[in-house]
Design a binder for this molecule. Structure first.
Ligand code: KG4
Ligand code: ZN
Length: 342
């Protein structure tokens, strides 16, 4: 297949990002530039992302980030095959900023537009980094999502399990807040957990062993809150105990999804973990051991491609463009956009 060059734009949460990627399915692709500005500092005083602040910041930052992505890639608008932007799901104000910019560029440069599902972009990121072939089992664990999906093809997903309450990253962020670690909590909690005793506090493992592959994390957060209310806790031991519980939950549910997927796709060979939580080294190594025991190869994109970024959006654009899956200029921005059936 001919290599395509696509500009990707990501503005669905608190990263303003643009990237130029060149490549062809099944990957890997060549990241020519990957410009990103994290708004973490703007939101930190509020302990979480404030949608209105995020949307305004995207408006202010995106032009500069786009110019940087194109100049670092050494690629002019005229040399692009398509322009891709996250069209959802996400914070609607931010999604609109990125999608509108993509439409304006597409119109001005007479290039096709691709409205990318942010979850599909995470889902295909291991093809960008490692060229993983379909079908594969995907654990997508981020601040907003926690799902186990069979990825059969571009745009063809089967949902095996999803969270019935909080996402895994959200559980990390909320627990970190309870421990006074600040925002974003995932990386800080992981660092603290390294110094703690994971067996010190007995925390619940909701849905463990239950039929299906759904997740639940809110009971875990409640148990942590209860412990902090009851009196002095050792923050490092609690962080380690929390992380150990999350790992047990992820392993049990992923194992269940592997069994379910094998029934549908006996030739599945790869287990891909994506989303911000995949940046956690303890989680990665536990899931690697699970995959090995189940006869699957674990594939985790590098950390910069696990958390929100525009290279994965550009890559999803490449995969869709190769199949002729372009979008009209009236493609809507969507706050909600589930993957199954997308
Ligand atoms: O994919 P992402 O950048 O954004 C979306 O939510 O789409 O994921 C961010 C989430 C946050 O909840 C963050 O706390 C979590 O990923 N995260 C981590 C780690 N790094 C980021 N969770 C656990 N351990 C980490 N090292
Ligand atoms: Zn994301």
């Amino acid at each position: 297949m001919r290599a395509l060059t696509v500009l990707g734009i990501e503005t669905s949460c608190d990263e303003t990002a643009a990237a130029v990627v060149r490549g062809a399915a099944p990957g890997p692709g060549e990241i020519l530039s990957n410009a990103i500005f994290s708004q973490i500092e703007a939101h930190a005083p509020y302990g979480g992302v404030v949608p209105e602040i995020a949307a305004r910041a995207h408006v202010e930052l995106l032009d500069g980030i786009l110019a940087r992505a194109l100049s670092e890639a050494g690629v002019g608008l005229g040399e692009l095959d398509a322009i891709a932007a996250t069209a959802g799901p996400g914070l609607i104000g931010g999604v609109m900023v990125g999608l509108m910019s993509a439409k304006a560029l597409a119109l001005a440069a007479e290039k096709p537009l691709i409205a990318v599902n942010h979850l599909e972009a995470h889902g295909l990121s291991a093809r960008l980094s490692e060229g993983v072939a379909f079908p594969f089992l995907l654990l997508l664990a981020s601040g907003g999502h926690c799902q186990l999906l069979g990825v059969e093809d571009v745009g063809r997903f089967k949902l095996y399990g999803t969270t019935i309450d909080d996402a895994a990253g959200e559980a990390f962020d909320k627990t970190a807040k309870l421990l006074g670690l600040g925002y974003p909590g995932g990386p800080k909690l992981e660092a603290l957990a390294k110094t703690g005793n994971p067996r010190r506090y007995a925390l619940p493992r909701p849905l463990l062993g239950r039929e299906g592959a759904d997740f639940s994390f809110s009971g875990l957060k409640t148990a942590v809150r209860q412990l902090t209310l009851e009196g002095a806790v050792d923050a490092a031991d609690l962080a380690a105990s929390f992380q150990a519980a999350v790992i047990d939950i992820l392993i049990d549910r992923a194992r269940a999804a592997m069994a379910l997927m094998r029934r549908d796709e006996p030739e599945v060979r790869h287990f891909v973990v994506a989303g911000g939580v995949a940046a956690n080294a303890a989680i990665r190594s536990a899931l690697g051991a699970l995959a090995a025991a189940e006869g699957l190869a674990l594939k985790v994109p590098p950390p910069a491609l696990c958390t929100d970024n525009a290279a994965m959006v550009a890559w999803a654009g490449i995969e869709r463009a190769a199949l002729g899956l372009f979008d009209a200029l009236d493609a809507p921005a969507r706050a909600r956009w589930p993957l199954e059936g997308a």
